[in-house]
Design a protein around this ligand. Structure first.
Ligand SMILES: NC(=O)c1ccc[n+]([C@@H]2O[C@H](COP(=O)([O-])OP(=O)(O)OC[C@H]3O[C@@H](n4cnc5c(N)ncnc54)[C@H](O)[C@@H]3O)[C@@H](O)[C@H]2O)c1
Length: 349
């Protein structure tokens, strides 16, 4: 008997609450030995008492849980978005979840905006550095608000940070039977940071002789993702470029409602979240696609070693897509609940 895994659940705001509620039903239907603890971190709590993350919150997550399952954060009642930044970026930075892992898989040709693309053409993974780059928040303003204003935003690249994300990408390729790692940068212009990425990529690649390597400038990669997505396997890139190419990747797989992600530090409690935001205009209308959250749940199970249950959930999602038991954003007619219940029923059989 597998020991019970403890999962902290942060549904968050807007459709985050709806898709997480449904994804938990699917996870329960799979019979996995999970114990869920729901945390009220989000806009409602912030508006009541100003709390974004309770004192000791991140230490508690790392200490008391095997994984963290997050919906989405962002609420028009909090225009500064301070709670979302402190919760999400706080988890990534303070818990040092340095690898953002984004599997990009087309489940059915009907979901892809590219002409004639099939599921065999779109099946790759983006590994995005998650703790450095321009997201480190270093920089400043000079002569703020005047016509002479100067703004700087530093792009932080440490040898340690670059090396560990590149090694993660190669380890991921080896563990998942992938054949090639492509590193994308903009080293023709960002010569110092790009130079570091280039050198480290070549060095680390030598430890993985069975895996082919490729380099592309990130703008060329965007072109390649649309024109020849079948040539892609594992992509590793920095925080900013990863942020951008993963949205393009989401479009290839049917949109934000279909995309799953993990924020991982091997050996530590890691965080799993659907890629989409809280989508305030459709919140509370039973319109949100729950599949991104459901696939995120499956990804979390695989990470926790519960492979059979993870595959069972993925198979049920695939069936739902093929049978068009989906929400309107991907051409279906079902509501959030109905779509998720259909999947949960298949998982429970
Ligand atoms: N990781 C996160 O929690 C996260 C990510 C992105 C945005 N946000 C926040 O979410 C709020 C809204 O941001 P946004 O509008 O830029 O991004 P969004 O992802 O919420 O929405 C973008 C578009 O995609 C649609 N969409 C998103 N998820 C969907 C789903 N599951 N089913 C059907 N349609 C879906 C929305 O209706 C909207 O048209 C903001 O406060 C933003 O800061 C949070």
């Amino acid at each position: 008997m597998t020991s019970k895994k403890r999962i902290a659940v942060v549904p968050g705001d807007g459709i985050g609450q709806e898709v997480i509620r449904e994804a938990l039903e699917v996870l329960r239907a799979s019979g996995v030995p999970l114990e869920f603890t729901t945390l009220d971190w989000g806009a409602d709590r912030y508006l009541i008492d100003g709390t974004t993350v309770p004192a000791d919150g991140f230490a508690m997550l790392a200490r008391d849980f095997d994984a963290i399952f997050v919906g989405a954060l962002g609420d028009p009642r909090v225009p500064s978005n301070i709670h979302a930044k402190e919760i999400l970026l706080g988890m990534r930075f303070q818990m040092d979840l340095y690898a953002n892992v984004r599997p990009v898989r087309l489940l059915d040709a009907s979901l892809c905006p590219l002409k004639n693309a099939t599921p065999a053409d779109i099946n790759f993974t983006v590994i995005r550095e998650n703790t450095e780059g321009v997201y480190a928040g270093m920089g400043g303003s000079f002569k703020f608000g005047t016509p002479d204003e100067v703004a700087t935003q530093e792009d932080i690249n440490t040898r340690k940070g670059v090396e560990r994300i590149i090694r993660y990408a190669f380890d991921y390729a080896r563990a998942n039977g992938r054949k090639k790692v492509l590193m994308a940068d903009k080293s023709n212009v960002m010569t110092y940071a790009g130079g570091l990425w280039q050198r480290v990529f070549k060095e680390v690649a030598q430890e993985f002789p069975g895996i082919a390597t490729q380099h592309m400038y990130v703008d060329a990669l965007c072109l390649q993702m649309v024109r020849e997505p079948q040539s892609l396997d594992v992509i590793v890139t920095n925080n900013m470029f990863g942020d951008i190419v993963t949205d393009l990747a989401a479009a290839l797989q049917g949109g934000l409602g279909m995309a799953a992600s993990g924020n991982i530090h091997p050996g530590r409690a890691s965080m799993f979240e659907p890629v989409h935001g809280s989508a305030p205009p459709i919140a509370g209308k039973d319109l949100a696609n729950p599949v991104g959250a459901i696939l995120t749940g499956a990804m979390m199970l695989a990470h926790l070693g519960l492979l059979a249950e993870s595959q069972k959930i993925e198979a049920a999602v695939l069936e739902a897509v093929r049978e068009k038991k989906m929400t309107p954003d991907v051409g279906g007619t079902l509501g959030t609940r109905e779509c998720a219940r259909w999947i949960a029923e298949r998982v429970g059989q």
